[in-house]
Write a protein that binds this ligand. Structure first.
Ligand code: ADP
Ligand code: MG
Length: 429
């Protein structure tokens, strides 16, 4: 019987066609296969999915994957099935009948991996299934969602820890996220009831990205974007705006200036969003003007620039969006334009009600406090006189292991933690 890690490497090659693990993957997988709880903090695009997909194939029984990204589950499962892995998903996009079929097949052992949304854990039919099924591993994707101090708190994530404890046989748990300050890391361990977890933090540096910040009054921003565009004619770029209205205005202005731009925000009909996204991906429209609704799950490698037309609400949001540049490893630019009036917009988003989210008043207060700190850290970035890259790496605690205290996170420090505008996609169009 080959050692578990050899089997993992064989699956990497046979199912996924890759010769070697990327930074962090092997450490997370080794811990998981040894039955140790594990936390993987790796940037977007690092390959977190393989950290549970490979163990799912190696381990007998069913690996459950908890993810908030319901709209991506279908694609994720299709690519698993293409790789010869028995995958399924169970979420509200399926009819009741389809859901029953998936559960039935799952209880017959038909799957190695099943994706579910966190709300599913509270469903009695699902709980009954989980009690009798052999579940050696539960993966929590986007694990920062469990923390009120993270950028996207989901109350339903608080049900995960108790669910795990309710199982007759405790599975190994692996928690994965791209963004976690040390405070969020501690919440992940505590609220998911992880048992003495192995922690892997890797490679937040993106050496091929060039960072710049410019403070400009709003009326000068357009000219700046136009001069950037003429210096980078025809190159693929994304311009993020904080509101739909701003997207519409800038998009019109770019078209008038003869730039082949397209646009994306949650106020557009589905078909149009899809069409515009496709035009961008195929390079028919090299410039995408968008709100933060754009980009999740998009794997376009040749984006040469990400421009922020407004102040992002957090370092988490900023780095995630800026990080969509230069996925191919070639040089790319990340330019942040901001003005004092952007701060007011961010503050407005922070103080508004959380109508669509079922937060208690206490939770809402914590979330607001955390978002204020996150905005402070974002402003700290805008004002930094030192190296921007150093600020980013310090914020994400490149060397910061669990509990070591992350400078950018201490609420009393000049900065705090960073994000805030509710994800537009989730915010109800
Ligand atoms: P994340 O969830 O960390 O953002 P994904 O799991 O979606 O990243 O993976 C991003 C991309 O990297 C995918 O296209 C995936 O196939 C690829 N990838 C993952 N691991 C490896 C590897 N070891 N070698 C080459 N490519 C990899
Ligand atoms: Mg992922």
């Amino acid at each position: 019987d080959p050692a578990p890690l050899d089997r993992a490497r064989a699956v990497l090659k046979q199912c996924f066609g890759y010769d070697s693990f990327r930074a962090g993957q092997q450490a997370v997988i080794a811990a998981v296969l040894a039955g140790q709880d594990s936390v993987g903090i790796m940037p977007t695009g690092a390959g977190k999915s393989l950290c549970y997909q490979i163990p799912a194939v190696v381990l007998p029984g069913l690996t459950l994957v908890v993810s908030p990204l319901v709209s991506l589950m279908g694609d994720q499962v299709r690519s698993l099935v293409d790789a010869g892995i028995r995958g399924a998903y169970l979420n509200s996009t399926l009819t009741g009948r389809q859901q029953a079929t998936v559960l039935e097949r799952a209880s017959q052992g038909a799957y190695d991996v099943m994706y579910i949304a966190p709300e599913r854990l509270a469903d009695p039919r699902f709980a009954a299934f989980a009690e009798s099924a052999p579940i050696p591993l539960i993966a929590i994707d986007e694990a920062h969602c469990v923390s009120q101090w993270g950028q996207d708190f989901r109350p339903s994530y608080l049900g995960i820890g108790p669910f795990i404890d309710s199982l007759p046989m405790r599975p190994t748990v692996v928690a994965l996220t791209a963004t976690a300050t040390s405070r969020v890391q501690r919440d992940i361990v505590r609220l998911l009831n992880l048992d003495d977890p192995h922690v892997t933090v890797t490679g937040f540096d993106r050496p091929n990205l060039h960072f710049a910040v410019e403070k400009l009054v709003p009326k000068r921003k357009l000219a700046r974007v136009l001069s950037f565009a003429s210096a980078h004619d025809g190159e693929s770029s994304i311009i993020y705006c904080s509101t739909r209205k701003q997207v519409e205005e800038l998009h019109d202005e770019l078209l008038q200036a003869g730039i082949q731009a397209t646009r994306y925000h949650a106020g557009l009909p589905n078909a149009e969003r899809l069409k515009n996204q496709q035009a961008f991906i195929s390079d028919d429209a090299p410039v995408m003007v968008a709100t933060n609704a754009f980009g999740m799950g998009i794997d376009k490698s040749n984006v040469r620039a990400v421009i922020h037309f407004n102040l992002p609400s957090s370092m988490e949001a900023y780095y995630q969006e800026a990080g969509r540049a230069g996925r191919d490893g070639e040089p790319a630019s990340c330019l942040l334009l901001w003005s004092d009036s952007d701060i007011a917009t961010c503050r407005y988003f922070i103080e508004q009600d959380f109508e669509n989210e079922e937060l208690t008043e206490e939770e809402a207060q914590t979330v607001r406090a955390s978002r204020r700190h996150m905005l402070d850290a974002m402003l700290g970035y805008c004002h930094t006189a030192d190296c921007l890259r150093a600020y980013i790496l310090r914020y994400f605690g490149e060397n910061g292991l669990m509990g070591s205290g992350n400078a950018a996170e201490a609420p009393a420090a000049s900065g705090g933690a960073a994000n805030a505008a509710p994800l537009e996609a989730g915010g109800g169009a």
